[in-house]
Structure formats: C-alpha cells, structure tokens
Design a protein around this ligand. Structure first.
Ligand SMILES: [Mg+2]
Length: 375
C-alpha cells in the first residue's frame, strides 16, 4: 500500500434524507426515505467523502441512523482528529476497536480511502488492485401487497437491462409469487432473498420445494446465527444457499466455511464494517472456493461507487445488487448518477480516476442535521 501521511484538520458529519421512489419492503419491515450519514474529512486542500448507511428503523440491524450518528460524533470522529494516518489499512485496523459499529466504521473508513486516493492522485480501484472490467448489475424487488403489483414492478424495471432478478420472499409469500414470476418472465436468471424469515423446523418442506424453481441461489433463508441449520438445509437442496446477514465479519465467514453453511456470500461493505473488511472477506472466500457478490443496503451514491471499486475482484462472480441511482431514490448527491447500460452493466467513465464527484448543492439540499469538528 502506497503511503501518504494524513492529518485531519476538520471533519463534517451530515445526516441526509432522500425520498425513495417507492417504499422498500422486506420480510421484516419497510422504509420510505433513504437516510445516510455523509462523512467529510478535510486535509490540506482535499476533502475525502464517506457514507455510513444503516437502514432506518431497527428491523434490519440493531444499528440505526441515530445510533450510528452517536458512534461517529462521540467516538470515531473525535478519535480520528487526534491521529496521524499513514495509510488506510493501518487505520482500518485501528477501527477494530469499534467492532459493534460496522456502519459508522464503514463511513469514516470510506472517507479515509477517498482522501488517500485523492492525495495520491489515484483511484480506489488501483488502491485495491481491482482489475478494470465491466460490472454486471441485478434488479432487486421488494415485497408487494399483491402478485399483480409485484409483476408490474418487475415489468417496469427489468427492461432497463438488469442481468438477473432477485425477489424478496417470506413465509406465505414464496411459492405463489415465484410461480407467477416464472410464468410471466420465463427462464430469466432468478434468485430469492428471505432476510432470515424462515426456520428449518417449521418450514423444511416449503424450503425444499424452492428447488423446483431453478433459482440461482436462496439468500439468507434462516436466522443469521442458525449456521448449523443452514448447513443441514444446504445438504437437502440442489439450489445453492447464500449467506448475507450471517456473513457479517471474517470470524462469521470462517464459521460458514467450517460448517459448509453456504456456498455463496453476499458481501455488503456497510454491514461488514468497511471496504477493507469487505476486501479481506472477499479474499478469504475466494481462496476457499466460495463465490461472492457485492450487496447493498441500498446506499446512496458515495458508498455505492466506493463499494463498486471492489466489484471487479475475481471472487465477485454474480451481478451486484447496486442498481441505477434512479431505481430507488428520487435523486442522489453524486455526479454523474449511477446508470445501467442496456445490457445490464454499471456505466463507467474510464477516462477519470474518480468515478463520481459530490454535488455540494444537492448535499446541502438533503441535509437534515450537520455537525462540525476541528482538530
Ligand atoms: Mg439480503
């Protein structure tokens, strides 16, 4: 890792709220607005940006925008102002002290990576030694009140070119929507995500029947900690299992590998506590033959584009969940917005090392709270 000494002179935290185009509903809750905390670190004349992006409400994780704001304002930001950072990896190791705050960590570490890349005049891709390449994107669709609404939502977005479809399932919303989707959309690459909504004792037969739908994978069918049951389920099914909520750390990944609880890992930069942890989990999974793909909360553009800088690493073999900015949000705070090509790839401009810049006007427009810190 190339080094550049970084001393932060000033940090600004902004809580932003961007309305969502449609509510995002999964098996255990619903959100209407995308809240994020944007971390701004100033050093010399450079500004590094990061994004901490927990989901509002506490149904996805115990961390919320409120708890993450508190962790940043009371812990991580005062701490970073006392440090001289030699390189982002060293700083990522410092962040291991904040193991219970993955989203806050991801936000501040993202800003340090961004600052480092800007000071060195390079890109995050180069810092991570990720090869150049196109990144396939997949469409994710939430839970709807009716099959008709589900089919209409898929029909609205699928023509944008996405390379696979993922639908959310839950007990009582599984066989019927899957049958309808297969009937209407035929043999498209299709997967399901249960967000931990099933348990093996009660739902063994229904889970076994999912094999009939020729799915790419079943994502997180069981509770995050139910790894032995996941391993048993994996042995009952032809369809591969993917760990998402279960794969929240390197330690958890080792346990998944040991128990053979999943053969695919959804790596979310936010949930695993930052870009470096995500990279390390990718490397370890790839080394042991597990396949990976890059997931999203979804985040706004800063965290999304930073996460995409990992997406060409060789273990990421399935399409990412990162979609066009306009898929979920009425607007975003980066320029250009993330777009998908007609054939389902993230549009990228290879002529510039920085894949995005922050639109300061929009950043201010969507800010609902600001806090500034000086060294
Ligand atoms: Mg998931």
């Amino acid at each position: 890792m190339r080094e550049t000494e970084i001393k932060i002179e000033c940090a600004v935290l902004r809580r932003v709220s961007v309305p969502m185009r449609e509510p995002f509903r999964i098996s255990n809750g619903v959100v209407h607005e995308k809240e994020s905390i944007i971390v701004e670190l100033h050093s010399d004349s450079f500004i590094g940006y990061g994004e901490a992006s927990p989901m509002s409400g506490s149904f996805y994780s115990v961390e919320t925008p409120e708890t993450t704001w508190q962790a940043l304002t009371q812990g991580l930001v005062p701490d970073i102002l006392t440090r001289t950072i030699q390189n982002p990896v060293e700083y990522a190791n410092v962040l291991d002290a904040y193991i219970k705050e993955p989203f806050a960590r991801a936000g501040i570490e993202g800003a340090v990576w961004d600052l480092t890349a800007k000071k060195l005049g390079t890109s995050l891709n180069e810092l991570f030694r990720a090869p150049k390449g196109r990144i396939a994107s997949g469409l994710a669709i939430g839970i709807y009140d009716s099959i008709d609404k589900l089919l209409a939502a898929i029909a609205r977005y699928l023509p944008d070119g996405y390379q696979r479809l993922k639908i959310k399932i839950a007990p009582g919303w599984d066989i019927e929507p899957l049958t309808a989707v297969r009937k209407r959309f035929g043999n498209i690459p299709l997967m399901v995500d249960a967000n931990a909504a099933y348990n093996l004792r009660e739902h063994r037969e229904i889970l076994r029947s999912l094999d009939a739908f020729d799915l790419m994978m079943i994502e997180q069918p069981l509770a995050a900690g139910a790894l032995s049951d996941m391993a048993e389920l994996a042995s009952l099914l032809r369809t591969p299992l993917c760990a998402d909520e279960s794969a929240d750390s390197l330690t958890a990944l080792e346990e998944i590998i040991r128990l053979k609880a999943a053969s695919i890992i959804n790596i979310k930069v936010q949930r695993v506590g930052g870009l470096w942890n995500a990279k390390r989990m990718h490397d370890r999974a790839h080394q042991t033959g597990l396949q990976c793909w890059l997931g999203t909360m979804p985040e706004l553009g800063i965290a999304s584009t930073q996460a995409l800088s990992l997406a060409t690493l060789p273990g990421f073999v399935y399409p990412t969940d990162i979609e066009a900015s306009s898929r979920w949000f009425v607007d975003d705070i980066i320029r250009p917005l993330i777009q998908i090509s007609n054939d389902g790839f993230i549009v990228s401009d290879d002529s510039s090392p920085m894949p995005f810049s922050v639109d300061r006007q929009k950043l201010k427009r969507y800010t609902i709270e600001t806090k500034e810190f000086r060294a």
